[in-house]
Write a protein that binds this ligand. Structure first.
Ligand SMILES: [Zn+2]
Length: 253
């Protein structure tokens, strides 16, 4: 039996319940980081993994003691490693699914082209028998909206660039803020630009400027490393490159 990280509690309010090969290999290799935020008898999932294997994520949610508490799943963007598990996790947990209006449209339609799934399948990508499926999205989130999670608040931020309709989430908790940046910004000042229809260097650098100005304490991206403190420092290193006229460096897996 392969070894595995388990019960990954990051802070008083945040657990890592999913993470694939571009992370800490807790769950299926294709999964993005799936974060659980829990407070005062309520819990929210940020992103849902690829949905190829949802049981390991559900097991981590159980271990965190949130099995019956997850009321909502919020999706950062339509890419399948972030959104593919939403339908199944929502069904099993009895949770409602939220995304930006644009991403909600792609998920409801199961629009593989708009989610750039068609170009990510095949050699080096998603397995041939894996399909991008439609998902019922219960609510559409807009910039500036705040969701209550127990005693905490999760602020919705429109953060296009990596993909269109991308959202990030800023958690307001006692003593500071934590930024859940999806694929808009990564640790060590990295970003992720890909040869996809809706990826934009200009929008991406604009988004980094906005996120850096928030000066978040924690930084929890969709892949790779995270920072439980001094998260802003990572965004400032991206800003150094932007100020010199260059896009920040790419995340490498
Ligand atoms: Zn992505």
């Amino acid at each position: 039996m392969a070894a595995s990280l388990r019960d990954v509690r990051l802070t008083d309010h945040v657990w890592l319940v999913g993470s694939g090969g571009a992370g800490f290999s807790i769950t299926h290799p294709r999964d993005c980081h799936v974060y659980l935020i829990m407070s005062g008898g309520d819990a929210v999932l940020i992103d849902s993994g690829a949905g190829i294997e949802t049981e390991p994520i559900l097991a981590e949610i159980e271990r965190a003691g949130a099995g019956a508490l997850v009321s909502r799943i919020v999706i950062t963007h339509a890419h399948a490693d972030h959104s593919g598990g939403a339908a199944e996790l929502g069904r099993v947990l009895g949770a409602t699914v939220y995304a930006s209006a644009e991403v909600a449209g792609y998920l409801r339609e199961g629009d593989a082209e708009k989610a750039s799934f068609d170009v990510m399948q095949g050699p080096g990508g998603y397995p041939d028998d894996y399909r991008f499926r439609s998902c019922a999205v219960d609510g559409e989130l807009t910039d500036g909206e705040r969701l209550a999670v127990g005693e905490l608040e999760l602020e919705v931020l429109s953060t296009p660039g990596h993909s269109s309709g991308h959202l990030a989430f800023l958690l307001h908790r006692p003593g500071g803020t934590d930024l859940f940046s999806g694929d808009a910004a990564f640790a060590q000042g990295r970003i992720l630009l890909q040869d996809l229809w809706d990826c934009s260097v200009r929008e991406s650098t604009r988004t980094i400027r906005r996120l850096a100005a928030l000066k978040p304490d924690g930084l929890y991206p969709g892949h790779g490393l995270f920072a439980v403190r001094d998260g802003w420092h990572h965004l400032y290193s991206a800003m150094e490159e932007i100020q010199s006229g260059l896009p920040p460096r790419q995340l490498t897996f």
